[in-house]
Design a protein around this ligand. Structure first.
Ligand code: ATP
Length: 360
């Protein structure tokens, strides 16, 4: 492993910002660290970079314990959320600055600077000042500056924040290309699940200072390990149901019953379970009669026209609020409707909604 975190915790005074976090990154891997604001992502970045000494746990780089190693001896580069280019230096000078601090001679420094400005496609702007560049170009200079020392690990802390959606998508593609070309082991920190899904080879999802789930992005999305991951990684509806049969597990939503074949779960009859299903998997089509799906009825409360689809919110007879993504023609407000819930798109958690209690 290039990077390993072992049971890292950090307190700011009485506040536990990060609690017992462990994960790693293989050589050349792009790991996405995803979570809502305040969940401890930046604290972890600071700890890996050496700007924060964790109150517990270890950080290893290429197998060496660097928990107490100062930042300048870690071979880690960081691109921070806010731009940090020196305004009085040209693009080239900004990139070369860190190389000079490492004692590289002028000729090698100039060649390295040219190579990395070429990599981010900014060789023509080498004599410009940061204020003469667009926001996206400034981020690319920051990337070149972070990569030029050829670090063991590149930390990207929300590098796309503050950019408009088109530029954001373009820069995201650029980051993917540059990471592939350089093969640098990268930790990409974001609160945006779309950026994380698009970029990461592997995702670590955090909530409230802890790891709520980790794994391959698509597998985490399709098979979330906790209710938090189900709702944070994409949108998710929660339908509360009652177990009416153990084998096969059959759950009733009001008077509609759904048999969840293919799950090994054993829950007692009468137990409450939470069934997560994504808005895109629901439809206003009638449920199949072979028991593979179930119809849940409710009343339409809200319709939002998003251009390429409608988001239709309804309240079910059992009091759950459910969103259906409808591409064509939505029903009318206050209309009573039936929504088909396919059993194979349902993930079941226990009724406590504990974040570590995935049942299927
Ligand atoms: P954001 O996405 O908003 O940057 P984050 O996930 O990066 O959030 P952190 O910045 O690591 O989260 O903060 C984690 C918790 O630690 C928050 O509750 C925050 O208020 C607290 N915190 C962060 N830095 C400090 C500090 N220097 N002193 C005291 N508390 C802090």
């Amino acid at each position: 492993m290039t990077l390993e975190l072992e049971g890292v915790s950090h307190r700011y005074g009485d506040e536990l910002a990060v609690s017992d976090v462990s994960f790693g990154a293989e050589p050349g891997e792009l790991v996405g660290l995803l979570g809502p604001s305040g969940c401890g992502k930046t604290t972890l970045v600071q700890a890996i970079a050496g700007h924060v000494r964790p109150t517990a746990g270890r950080i290893l780089l290429r197998g060496d314990d660097v928990t107490d190693t100062p930042p300048e001896r870690r071979h880690v580069s960081v691109v921070f959320q806010r731009p940090t280019l020196y305004p009085h230096m040209t693009v080239s000078e900004n990139v070369a600055y860190g190389l000079a601090a490492r004692g590289m001679d002028r000729e090698e420094r100039d060649a390295r600077t040219r190579d990395y400005l070429d990599l981010v496609d900014l060789e023509e702007q080498c004599d410009s000042y940061p204020t003469e560049l667009s926001g996206g170009q400034q981020r690319r200079v920051e990337l070149a500056r972070a990569l030029a020392p050829q670090p063991d690990v590149l930390l990207l802390d929300e590098p796309l924040s503050g950019l408009d959606p088109t530029l954001r998508e373009r820069l995201r593609d650029e980051i993917a290309r540059i990471q592939r070309e350089t093969g640098v082991t990268t930790l990409f920190v974001t609160h945006d699940q779309e950026d994380a899904m698009a970029l990461a080879d592997r995702l670590v999802v955090m909530n409230d200072g802890r790891v709520a789930g980790s794994g391959h992005p698509r597998r985490l999305y399709d098979s979330p390990p906790t209710p938090f991951v189900a709702s944070f990684l994409g949108r998710s509806n929660t339908l509360s149901g009652t177990v009416v049969n153990q084998d096969p597990l059959t759950v009733a939503f009001g008077d509609a019953e759904l048999s969840l074949d293919g799950t090994n779960l054993r829950r007692s009859e009468g137990e409450t379970v939470l069934c997560h299903v994504r808005p895109k998997d629901l439809s206003f089509a009638p449920a199949e009669t072979n028991g593979a799906s179930v119809s849940v009825t409710g009343e339409v409360k809200r319709i939002v026209d998003l251009g390429r689809r409608y988001d239709v919110t309804l309240e079910t007879r059992t009091g759950d609020e459910v969103v259906v993504e409808e591409p064509a023609r939505p029903p009318s407000r206050d209309e009573s409707v039936s929504v088909s819930v396919p059993g194979d798109c349902v993930t079941v958690f226990d009724g406590e909604q504990s974040d570590s209690s995935r049942l299927s």
